[in-house]
Design a protein around this ligand. Structure first.
Ligand code: GDP
Length: 198
């Protein structure tokens, strides 16, 4: 699939106010600073569709983008800011988990994992939560500018080993670099295949 049009539609704090659930939808989420905005911009070939390098404490929103007039790409607020208050963490939890659990046209959640660091408990806990609620997800390893680098490879292998402790099967995984534009084709093909099957 090629992306020929991508446009911002609306930002919300409540899944009930999101656009009508009449198109397939794919959400992107990860720890703050994981490279989510860069990845969304890389996928859509736009420099500034998603805002990069957000600050902790900024309003956390569910952002809908309409792609090729046929499906929604959803940019969800990141988790794991060290500095945010308990109250903000709770707000994130309620908003995001309601959206993920209730949005009927959500076909897949792409969970972004930083390939430059060892497995983090917060990511594994989040994936386990998705599993508990049977929300389909795939994993995108980010910032793999040099995918053959031994540190990157061992971080990815260790993450998969960690997942195997909790899961019989590992979901689809993608290795990406927004800086080097790696992984765009694979992710868009994957979304295209799901779109064709619904
Ligand atoms: P977000 O907070 O998850 O939306 O992350 P951003 O997209 O704002 O990226 C966080 C930081 O990681 C920024 O400094 C980016 O320049 C950097 N970054 C994002 N993607 C890549 C990548 O593929 N390679 C490298 N080297 N840096 C990246």
């Amino acid at each position: 699939m090629k992306i020929t049009s991508s446009e911002f539609v609306i930002s919300n704090t409540d899944y009930k106010l999101c656009p009508a659930a009449d198109k397939p939808e794919y959400a992107f989420i990860g720890r703050s600073n994981v490279g989510k905005s860069s990845l969304i911009n890389m996928l859509t070939d736009k420099n500034k569709l998603a805002k990069t390098s957000g600050k902790p404490g900024k309003t956390q929103l569910i952002n809908h983008f309409l792609i090729n007039k046929t499906w929604y790409l959803v940019d969800l607020p990141g988790y794991g800011w060290a500095q945010v208050s308990k109250e903000m963490k709770q707000k994130w939890e309620v908003m995001t988990k309601n959206y993920l659990g209730q949005r009927e046209n959500l076909h897949n959640v792409f969970v972004l994992i930083d390939s430059r660091i060892p497995p983090q408990k917060i990511d594994i806990d989040f994936l386990n939560w998705l599993g508990e609620y049977q929300i389909p997800f795939s994993i995108i390893f980010t910032k793999a500018d040099k995918p053959n680098n031994s540190k990157i490879q061992s971080n990815i292998a260790n993450f998969k080993t960690e997942l195997k402790k909790h899961w019989e099967e590992i979901p689809p995984t993608f290795v990406t670099s927004s800086a080097q534009k790696v992984g765009q084709k694979e992710i868009l093909e994957y979304i295209g295949q799901i779109n064709e099957s619904v």
